[in-house]
Design a protein around this ligand. Structure first.
Ligand code: BES
Ligand code: MN
Ligand code: ZN
Length: 527
């Protein structure tokens, strides 16, 4: 179901003479106090750097024309204008960048969102050039990366299941050229290559998340991941239900019991050819929750909105896609991905509240709510990652509704070892995927003491309080003592139910692929 891929290139020739279907320029808003009388709308607009030659071709009347068309320069706004022969391209699209930042280029995230909004608004055009403000200094590479990523992510579209083509939905832009000072610059070319790899990884994650849950059950999800990984040259190991039983993966098996489609654990590995700076190579384990559908099981969820639980494998999809990107980017870090997959269904064979489950690391868990299935499959996968050996363990999952209540739909929660959590947060900030650290309080763990087993699956004394923290506290039990670890709860940010905005299309967002890739770069550079 992969959507058609959009191509990406660099140009450095005069934008006014580019033979493309549309040119995107940036437009800043200015406050009325800065410019005088409110009636002078053109005076409240300011063309961004990069639009100079196009403005000249319009005889200096471009801002005036944009004002007539209602432009305000606010973020997300796209105003299109037929050029009627003034420049080579038949169409100019002015995308809002908000107020001009004093003395600096716009933030990378501003460019990422603007490029996406413009490219989405230009659906139907085949070739589009972007002349957004990419500075010719040390901020240039980050601005270029953000612009290129945003443009490609804005062009993403899920193929879907409609039996007829939709005449009102124009096809996404096929080719994007980003205008830079020097198209031959090695750093610029490297950024554009990386942006293509990253955008493909995000698109793959979105495709897997958006796939209907009847089409993506654990065996077919495992097959789909394994096929892509083999093609990319990654090491692939798939544990089926028999191998899981032989290996003692009680958590994954328990959740899988309720479904006719049996569970899987997929392991993907990448080993760098070259060693790191000091000759040694760090080992990073990535674990992603792969519940292909979460009904809640016997502790069943309400019907309203349950369809969104097709996205409960967003963590596994993100880890799989990150591994595919790593196979192309070839960082000097050994990375292993672990994807526990199961379908959480209520049935006569399903696991039940009160069950005691022996996990991969031997700990016994008292099940209290079958809807807390994520931590059951993750506990096994994280313990396996530690048994294999790793220097860092990063796990990501649509783990709790509590994450959405606490931090909303944009900001992920991060729990675990303080220093690694900080690095995850910094990686997220650089990538435009915000995350915020959350605590693992002792009293939350205390309430998870079980009468009969080593630990309860949830804190029965706390009811719905601190659900996100309970998830983190539980998962800590499955990390080897000496291993720095981070748990990223992406219940909110991994799925966008609203209308498209910025580079977020409807459905899967691809969070936290860009964070994970940024973190890999950080580990490769700094250990
Ligand atoms: N997959 C859900 C969490 C979720 C909720 C993801 C909303 C995305 C959006 C998870 O398996 C779940 O059901 N969590 C429960 C845990 C509870 C039973 C301890 C929750 O958050 O209510
Ligand atoms: Mn659940
Ligand atoms: Zn779930």
């Amino acid at each position: 179901m992969t959507s058609p891929s959009t191509s990406l290139s660099l140009v450095d020739t005069d934008p006014a003479e580019l033979a493309v279907d549309a040119i995107v320029i940036g437009l800043h808003s200015q406050t009325v106090q800065d410019v005088g009388p409110a009636a002078d709308f053109a005076g409240t607009l300011l063309l961004a750097t990069g639009a100079e030659s196009i403005a000249a071709a319009f005889d200096g009347r471009l801002t005036e024309t944009l004002a007539l068309l209602g432009a305000t320069g606010s973020p997300g706004e796209v105003i299109k204008l037929a050029t009627l022969g003034t420049i080579t391209a038949p169409l100019v699209a002015a995308v809002g960048l908000g107020p001009e930042p004093t003395g600096a280029a716009p933030a990378p995230e501003t460019l990422r969102r603007a490029a996406a909004a413009a490219v989405r608004a230009l659906a139907g055009a085949e070739r589009v050039a972007l002349t957004l403000p990419v500075p010719d200094d040390e901020d240039g590479p980050a601005a270029l990366r953000a612009t290129a990523e945003g443009a490609l992510l804005g062009a993403y579209r899920f193929a879907g299941y409609k039996t007829r083509p939709q005449p009102t939905r124009r096809p996404p832009v096929a080719a994007i050229a980003v205008h830079v000072p020097d198209a031959g610059d090695d750093r610029a070319r490297a950024e554009i290559t990386r942006a293509g790899v990253v955008a493909r990884a995000v698109a793959r994650t979105r495709d897997w998340v958006n796939t209907a849950p009847n089409e993506l059950r654990p065996p077919s999800f495992a097959d789909s991941v394994a096929a892509a990984a083999r093609e990319a040259g990654l090491g692939v190991e798939v544990l089926d239900e028999q191998a899981l039983a032989d290996g003692g993966y009680g958590g994954i098996l328990a959740v899988g019991l309720g479904s006719e489609a049996p569970p899987r654990l997929v392991k993907l590995s990448y080993d760098p050819a070259a060693a790191g700076a000091d000759g040694s190579v760090k080992r990073l384990a990535l674990v992603g929750k792969g519940i292909t559908f979460d009904t809640g099981g016997v502790s069943i969820k309400p019907a309203q909105g349950m369809w969104e639980m097709k996205s409960d494998m967003a963590g596994a999809a993100a880890v799989a896609a990150t591994m595919l990107a790593i196979a192309e980017l070839k960082p000097a870090v050994a990375v292993t991905g672990y994807l526990p997959m199961a379908e959480n269904m209520p049935s006569a064979t399903a696991y039940r509240p009160g069950d005691v489950v022996t996990m991969f690391n031997g700990k016994r868990v008292e099940v209290l709510n079958t809807d807390a299935e994520g931590r059951m499959v993750l506990g096994d996968a994280m313990a396996r990652a530690c048994a294999d050996g790793c220097d860092y363990l990063v796990e990501t999952s649509t783990l709790t509704g509590g994450q959405v209540v606490a931090l909303g739909k944009r900001v992920a929660g991060v729990m675990g070892s303080t220093e690694l959590c900080q690095r995850v947060q910094q990686a997220g900030d650089a990538a435009g995927e915000p995350a915020w650290p959350m605590p693992l309080p002792d009293d939350v763990r205390k309430g998870m003491d079980s009468e009969v087993a080593d630990i309860s699956q949830v804190n029965a004394t706390m009811d719905r309080a601190g659900h996100m923290l309970q998830g983190g506290v539980f998962l800590r039990e499955f990390v080897a003592d000496e291993v720095p670890w981070a748990h990223i709860d992406i219940a909110g940010p991994s799925y966008h139910a609203g209308e498209p905005t910025g580079y977020w299309t409807k459905g899967g967002t691809g969070v936290p692929v860009r964070t994970l890739l940024e973190l890999v770069d950080d580990i490769a550079a700094n250990d």
